[in-house]
Design a protein around this ligand. Sequence first.
Ligand SMILES: [Zn+2]
Length: 507
Amino acid sequence: MSLRIGIGGIFIECNHFTDQLTDSSAFKRSEWLSGAELLAKDTGVLGGMLSLLDAKGFESVPLLYASACPGGAVRTEVYDALKNELLQLLNAAGKLDGILLCLHGAGSSVNAPDLEGDLAQAVRSQIGDRVPIVATLDLHAHITAELLAETDALLAWETYPHIDAFKTGERGAQAIIDILKGCLRPFMAMAKVPLVVSAIQGQTKPPGPFADIMNEAKRLEGNGMLYSINPILVHPYLNLADMGGGVLVVANESQSEAVDIAKRLTKIYWDNRHELQPQTFQPRDAIRKGMNIEGGPILLVEAADCCGGGAAGDSVHCLKALLAEAPDQTAIIPVVDPEAAKLAHEAGIGRKIRLRLGHQIDQKWGEPVFLDGVVVRLSDGEFTYCGGIWDGRIGCMGLTAVVEVGSIQIVVSTNATYDWMTEQFDLVCLDIVNAKFIIVKNPMNYQQAYEGIMKSAFVLDTPGPTPANTNVLNYTNFISDSFPTDADLEIDEPIVLISKRRDLAKI
Ligand SMILES: [Zn+2]
């Protein structure tokens, strides 16, 4: 009889600086899977886990898997419902030989700020200490002592932009097989430094300060007892104690090797801290610089309003600057505004409308703009992701309209969606190649989405819950000082968290 591995997880990246909370509709729009629906996944982390287990003759037993676009902390009742459903399915699953969880690592609910640690603890208390738990994480995880203590191996993604979700799922599945076969006796160490920077300089394709650390980690991996080495660039928009960047090591047998290598690589991380800080521009200055560059598109990177980091996507700071500085230039900008999208649909194509647009969801970051425009396109907002973590899945912007204000095309949507490539703009047939300016609201994926097209890109300094410069955020739960809030901070040693040694069952 084949060995049975329970598969599930709750996958969300949360933001503590938005006033929004994530409710059940965000998961229902995305993924809330169990049974045959979960087993049918053939892309992303889950796809990788399922395919490798199947190829190696293991039985995958579906628990609950839920994912949602990044957002505010998950409402208590929503997290409780997800967790209870997962635990009930676990209880009903019969004897399991191992558990594989697909997690993000920067999830948070109102009642469990360390969502993954809480979930892992709940699963552990139900299955006991003999059954291995392996979890995969985003490399933007906030890895806590509890998560390390309750799991046996954690494997994080190794690319940013994230193109290795499937492969990471396979790595997770391989790790649990290796544990069950007795060829991996895992011991984990996570070294951290108080480095809380945005993801702008976090690309893993060289050159870059984070790419340097990733390369060094991969060079060392496989040597001796080093099973897996994962640099972690913590999601900086949580407000929790002990946040920091660092390196997670899974060693085979050797505790000292795990701790030594995690500390050594984390020191390199700290040495690179100034290179991890981005250069930013005021919107007006970026537009003026863009006007001096021949052709386009020029990307205006409004990182502070990144839906993929938990922002509402409703900022109009850069739109206001465009209206003031370059109203006659062709430009494209996305704005999430359910009321405006509804008005545009009620008006219909070709009709003039007056809008009060922006800052209506997460209101503390700015004032709406009043403008007259023409509705030129309408859509139900459904598109298919063409890669990345939600590869092949439907993205749901809800009622969506393109409203033209002079030469500026505003994509007004109802729901925030993660921007992987240019799926949202392609859905409404926008001519991105011939636009002078395109406002993108993510810190990294624009580099791959507009590779070979963009003439230049400027990262903007605007208000919002996902800013490029994290030193503007008011972190109230940090125990120690951090960089770059304290730009002159010096430290002696990284802190090191370690896992528990368990007497795990083997085949
Ligand atoms: Zn990430």
